[in-house]
Design a protein around this ligand. Structure first.
Ligand code: BT5
Length: 233
């Protein structure tokens, strides 16, 4: 039994915006988005055939990273169920052969005197993608169209399991631990672009606040709260 109320739309601006009007434990699903967005207000390509959904969750911890990590684990588990071994890239991407298959955008809002946390998840399934994006779809990987509704059900099942057994039980460190175990960023040489400049070093750890710890070339450590990672090796 799903604890989530599901609402489906053919097209919305952004499922994250639609979700604002709904209570905790709601999932908004759209066939397409006219104004899908990524982090830092970047555009998220949202043509028909992809999965675009947002989940309104209970704001238990003042850390959006935990919500993103939880969802990345659920997407990864869903992909495993269709025999796909994908890679999680800190902080919010799922990659396959170095190309982006899924992106996650967690946001929080204060509405009235209520705080809401919304996790937006975009997965490229049967949608076409422009050449300029370093992106890939499941259709491309499997060389055939996949049953999107079936994937959504598997995802919700996996998400609900992790939400109930870890998140609602305040096992945030366990969520970080599982994420670390699946995260391909750790150990790699990376360049990180942040609003405070670019940093180059080896991705060493993810701390309990979901931040990435980089060992810089001069031997010092730098904690990255937000940024874009590029793999150098
Ligand atoms: C993300 O941002 O990866 C978060 C994406 C979240 C999308 C979901 S869909 C449902 C919900 N409603 C929304 O409006 N958003 C969420 P970021 O790490 O900033 O990556 C954005 C970058 O990914 C863009 O600048 C492009 O380079 C690239 N990109 C855009 N569309 C893509 C796609 N469909 N697949 C792969 N890469 C894409």
């Amino acid at each position: 039994m799903s604890i989530f109320q599901i609402h489906k739309f053919s097209s919305v601006k952004s499922t994250n915006d639609t979700a604002r009007k709904y209570p905790v434990n709601t999932i908004i699903i759209a066939d397409a988005q006219t104004n899908g967005r990524g982090r830092f207000n970047r555009k998220w390509s949202s043509k028909n055939g992809g999965i675009y959904l947002s989940i309104v969750i209970k704001p238990l911890k003042d850390n959006l990273g935990i919500a993103t990590f939880l969802s990345a684990l659920a997407v990864n588990n869903m992909l495993k169920k269709i025999s796909l071994n994908a890679e999680i890239k800190w902080p919010n991407d799922i990659l396959f052969s170095g190309k982006k298959l899924c992106g996650i955008l967690s946001e929080s809002f204060i509405i009235g005197n209520e705080k809401k946390m919304i996790i937006g998840i975009g997965i490229n399934v049967n949608n076409s993608l422009s050449q300029e994006l370093n992106a890939i779809s499941l259709k491309k990987i499997f060389n055939k169209a996949l049953d999107k509704d079936k994937l959504i059900s598997i995802f919700i099942y996996e998400f609900q399991y992790l939400y109930k057994t870890l998140y609602l039980k305040n096992k945030f460190n366990k969520i970080v631990m599982l994420f670390k175990a699946k995260c391909g960023t750790l150990g790699k040489r990376v360049s990180v672009k942040t609003i405070n400049g670019e940093f180059i070093g080896r991705a060493e750890d993810i701390n309990s606040d979901c931040n990435l710890v980089i060992l810089l070339n001069d031997g010092t450590k730098k904690t990255i709260v937000e940024g874009d990672i590029q793999y150098l090796d």
